[in-house]
Design a protein around this ligand. Structure first.
Ligand code: SF4
Length: 74
């Protein structure tokens, strides 16, 4: 039996939210669901692929949230 193939977004090294999602347990769900799974469904991924600017506060589901405030960054 083969192990399942890990799917990972090709933007993890450049996406500013990817490392922030790992800073807090409650945010890890974004990494697991989008970054390591359904990255084609990520609003950030799609905007970036279209060559458009990606707002820092844009979440994968298309909503906006100040992640820095959640993780305690200035
Ligand atoms: S948030 Fe979206 S664009 Fe950023 S690494 Fe995750 S899936 Fe890719």
């Amino acid at each position: 039996m083969q192990a399942p193939v890990q799917r990972q977004c090709s933007h993890v090294s450049t996406c500013e939210l990817f490392p922030k999602f790992g800073l807090r347990g409650s945010l890890r769900v974004w990494q697991v669901f989008y970054c390591l799974g359904n990255f084609e469904g990520c609003a950030r991924y799609r905007l970036s692929c279209e060559g458009r600017a990606v707002p820092a506060s844009l979440l994968p589901n298309g909503r906006e949230l100040n992640i820095d405030a959640l993780v305690g960054k200035p």
